[in-house]
Design a protein around this ligand. Sequence first.
Ligand code: ADP
Ligand code: MG
Length: 679
Amino acid sequence: MTPEYQKLLKITDVTAKKLAKLHLNTPWEVALHLPLRYEDETHITPIADAPVGVPCQVEGVVLHQEVQFKPRKQLIVQIQDGSGSVLFLRFIHFYASHQKQMAVGKRIRAVGEIKHGFFGDEMIHPKIRDAENSGLAESLTPVYPTVNGLNQPTLRRVVQTALESIPLHDTLPDELLGRLKLPHLAESLRLLHAPPPEYTIRQLSDGTLPAWQRLKFDELLAQQLSMRLARQKRIGGHAKSLHGTGALADKLLNALPFALTRAQGRVLAEIRADMAQTFPMHRLLQGDVGSGKTIVAALSALTAIEAGYQVAVMAPTEILAEQHYLKFQQWLEPLGLNVAWLSGSLRKKAKDAAKAALSDGLTPIAVGTHALFQDDVQFQNLGLVIVDEQHRFGVAQRLALKNKGEDVHQLMMSATPIPRTLAMSFFADLDVSVIDELPPNRTPVKTRLVNSLRRAEVEGFVLNTCRKGQQVYWVCPLIEESETLQLQTATETLAQLQTALPELEIGLVHGRMKAAEKAEVMAEFSAGRLNVLVATTVIEVGVDVPNASLMVIEHAERMGLAQLHQLRGRVGRGAAASACVLLFAEPLSELAKARLKVIYEHTDGFEIARQDLNIRGPGEFLGARQSGVPMLRFANLEEDLHLLEAARDIAPRLIDERPDIVEAHLGRWLASREQYLGA
Ligand code: ADP
Ligand code: MG
């Protein structure tokens, strides 16, 4: 925080540092730091009537106080009120000052939740106030999100100072507010930070209060404005117009053992039209697992290469990047094109050679992980960046890509459909092409939920499948806490299957293996020399072996829906009837039950993504977890759809007619968050 702001808010350096941890660096950000919840200290509940498990305030005279040492050191205080009832107050952390404050005979107030304790009804660590010298609160008490060492009274004081010291006049026109039935900003902020006595906790908590609606609308509007401005900036920017001759692409098409589907042809035309423009393409190629996005990417890359430019193809994991590398090599080398490979695990010498070939322009295309976008990688004339599974990259990586690729065309690919609300908000500056048709001769995948106690039956099923000449994936349970444990489990699974099914060739691929070792095992499996591939979830995305017709997933209850859908999509790519066996272990949490039900009932990726959003919210989809910065603090895309729609409708008009309003609004809302909203 700047010294001027500190002075304005009357705070010390220490407090300013704490506020910075909450991402509060300007008085506006402080004013927009809204309470998490409220406490009611406006009235006193007789102990006899006090509900159990609900926060309340009681008042009484201290009857008894003692420090006990068993089972651990604690302070026990007994109070009694006018109703004659007694209540125990228990403190595990306390100081001498607490003992003094609650000396026998003192009248005190306690705020907390009553529980049925060992001695009788008790409150653990209630908030204590001296009842003789302090009056009742006049309004509900806000409780803010905070960090260690920054207490609620300080936060309240800083917030109130912020509200008094900044101009709170409305930036939005009255006509608009009237139409949307939204109150003024000043009024809304004052109400939420210090609600008048007539409001109840319930009214303030469910987000439907007009004051909350106003803040949610402002937040959504800021997002819409910044997305639209980003789009305008892009369209006003420059990129090389890439017109391919078609020479290379036609050669590849002729060499393929299949013809493009109608949907693939259509999206390819959309991508080519974008690349011919003089401003950067920003297009998402969306298609369910197995819909054939890779060939579309390769043909798009050829268009750029025909036009004399370089292409970078980036994937989120090493194994997926490598699959792409092998595919691109297989397709492009016969056309006389060199494909470079860049990943984190590459030896320095090989990496230097690849980098030199790219900076000299000798190599027209590079495939790799985010190592492709490290500062020391220079392209001679990069024209197109293709990013697979874009949403799996962290925000920092997306920003790096964005900075490197200001003036290049970008093609993103994803099998996870963007729900409508996200397409309207976070992804508003993305043009979308959808492959809505699977290649012919795909067989639907039968999904079975099987209790892991019946593992032997599943092993029998594996044997039958392999005897028919087909192949099997066996996915090991996900162990998030420890990679070592994960590896151990994978090795045990391999040993167990080898013992149970001695006539089969079984291979193992896991995250700790060197890239070359992984590639070798994958190649063995692709060539059909392994019947079964035991894998940790590294095979999650992109792997493509059409002869594999059975997928077994252990501890499926631990996995997310998108992951399960991706995994299941690895089978059903050939002519044989395919199945996916989801092994689960009891007991199942409600969340796990809900997920397994969805994956069992649905095969359509779009529907699964929609249900997923319902179950867990959009955070993970956006990569918000990695960034640590909440993208939307107040609004909820599903619940506040009407506000999102209103913001989307009004944003273009404000940009055209009222640039002053746009600037003021974004200044208040986006000071330090702007870069994240567009990433
Ligand atoms: P995804 O969209 O999940 O990335 P892939 O690009 O890996 O899917 O394609 C899945 C499989 O379908 C690959 O084996 C690919 O060669 C094959 N494929 C792609 N397009 C067609 C098509 N038009 N006809 C037949 N097979 C196709
Ligand atoms: Mg793919």
